[in-house]
Design a protein around this ligand. Structure first.
Ligand SMILES: *Cc1c(COP(=O)(O)O)cnc(C)c1O
Length: 495
């Protein structure tokens, strides 16, 4: 199977090439030429398997440069060995007869990024070998919180790689900062940047296009790489949990064979919900894909009107991992809806870069309407959803999941579509204690690590071990840099 660039039909490569180099040379995203489909009885077969076995089965359909036994080894390392605190890896909880929650935060960093970032290092290092690449891959990450920790934990002590994470000094929560500054591993580095997420991100982009640095690195046997969510190696592992969730619901009898399941996803960069779209294309009976946004609702407007317009105010919300105005992975959906017309997608993306907006054609909008619905909610509604869920179902959710819960309610009220639905839960509530406590009605909640104890005492729920153990961890990284000096940090670290 070949992978094509969304912006140039001729930019074809193998899957190893797509994963090894991430972005196509023309700036497009590598995407499978065709989406494989699950044969008639495949879900019945998958139903009886463990999560790891399901992951091997699904990923094998896309990864023809890798053998099944190779993938089995990767899955055992990524999802086995006690890395996830639930044997189901991505368990489904049923709230009522028609509402289920897919919990994607049982991994080592307590957010859904683990589902892909535990797998990516294995796919990437193998891809580099297959491509004949012998240099060390230096992964550079700018993070607003969850990605940085997820990538550090995924790449720690992986041979042939080094990883360096920059986070905005003023832009992450206390718990998120501690998660990163206490990171263990011999090939890791963490550094705060004076400024906000944009400063860190711009700094990293500048470093990537620094020819002098590239030359120096090549001389010493390394090259820069990224763990960004546009890499196909991050999207694919996410397809697995949608198939797996459907199988679990079949197995428990919550769904009948072929019964439609709506899926509601708290969305930022559009990677998670795109994986659900691919699962649907493969033949999983998914009904409506409901895209949930916070106050940064550029996707809600796009899905409702067909106009993508990032020329608007940016808000810092209580669901920071969704605070995004350019959702990179949307490009892959446009690729699908234009039947791979690279020229058309390229046109949209150039217009976006030039003017900050583009309007899709009516025929494409019609296709999107058949698959997607969208909604958004502000911080106050998200807090209310946290409180209501706790009072009515004794179920604790984080502020990102709360956005999806509220948007699903809105969708049901507006459309009358009461089909069974899966809410995707993307972070442990213990990562965002103060906001969650406010949702539960507590004014002036404790901050930082004290917040973890307070939330645990209030609810009687034990915090996940990786967060509970932060208190006893030694801080290893205390460096702060100005944006202009980030490149020196890279030199220092990679020397
Ligand atoms: C990254 C993230 C999201 C957004 O996911 P996308 O794939 O970027 O749409 C939502 N919630 C949490 C907790 C996240 O870390």
């Amino acid at each position: 199977m070949y992978y094509v660039s969304t912006r140039d039909k001729l930019g074809k490569t193998t899957v190893a090439g797509a994963i090894a180099y991430g972005l196509a040379p023309d700036g497009g995203l590598y995407t499978p030429e065709a989406i494989p489909s699950l044969a008639g009885n495949a879900l019945e077969t998958l139903k009886e398997m463990t999560y790891q076995q399901r992951a091997v089965y699904i990923m094998n359909m896309y990864l023809d440069s890798y053998s099944a036994s190779e993938l089995a080894g990767f899955c055992a390392k990524a999802y086995g060995g006690g890395k996830f605190d639930d044997p189901a890896v991505a368990p489904v909880r049923t709230l009522d007869g028609k509402t289920h929650v897919l919990e994607l935060w049982h991994g080592p960093t307590c957010a859904f990024k683990d589902m892909a970032l535990q797998m990516l290092p294995h796919l990437l290092t193998a891809a580099l070998k297959k491509e004949g690449e012998t240099k060390t891959a230096c992964i550079l990450v700018a993070t607003s919180g969850d990605t940085g920790k997820g990538a550090l934990e995924g790449f720690r002590d992986v041979p042939g790689t080094k990883i360096l994470v920059f986070y905005p000094r003023d832009g992450v929560s206390e718990v998120q900062e501690l998660q990163m500054t206490t990171q263990e591993g011999d090939n890791v580095g963490v550094c705060a940047v004076v400024g906000n997420f944009d400063d860190a991100q711009t700094g990293v982009k500048t470093i990537f296009s620094d020819p002098e640095l590239r030359r120096e690195l090549a001389e010493q046997g390394s090259f820069l790489s990224s763990a960004n969510s546009i890499n196909w190696g991050r999207v694919l592992p996410q397809v697995v949990y949608y198939v797996s969730a459907y199988c679990d619901l079949l197995k428990s009898g919550a769904l009948r064979r072929g019964e439609k399941l709506n899926v509601c996803v708290p969305t930022g960069n559009f990677g998670n919900i795109l994986a659900a779209y691919y699962a649907k294309q493969m033949g999983v009976p998914i009904g409506r894909l409901i895209c949930a946004s916070n106050r940064n609702n550029v996707l809600t407007d796009f899905i409702e009107t067909g106009l993508y317009d990032k020329n608007r105010a940016f808000y810092n919300t209580t669901s920071p991992s969704m605070d995004i105005l350019i959702s990179s992975n949307l490009e892959r959906l446009l690729h699908a809806y234009t039947y791979g017309d690279a020229g058309q997608v390229k046109g949209y993306m150039e217009k976006l870069a030039r003017t900050g907006s583009y309007q899709i054609e009516e025929s494409i909008k019609k296709r999107m309407d058949r698959d997607f619905a969208a909604g958004c909610c502000d911080d106050a509604r998200a807090r209310a959803a946290i409180g209501e869920m706790w009072r009515e179902k004794r179920y604790l959710i984080d502020p990102h999941t709360a956005v999806a819960v509220d948007v699903l309610d809105q969708y049901r009220a507006k459309t009358g579509d009461e089909a069974p639905a899966l809410v995707v839960s993307t972070a442990s509530p213990f990562k965002f204690c103060p906001v969650v406590m406010e949702g539960l009605g507590v004014k002036m909640p404790e901050q930082g690590l004290k917040g973890i104890d307070q939330l645990s005492q209030f609810t009687g729920i034990a915090p996940p071990a990786p967060l509970a153990s932060l208190a006893g961890k030694k801080v290893r990284f205390t460096e702060v840099t100005e944006k202009a000096n980030m490149v020196d940090k890279v030199r220092e670290m990679l020397r």
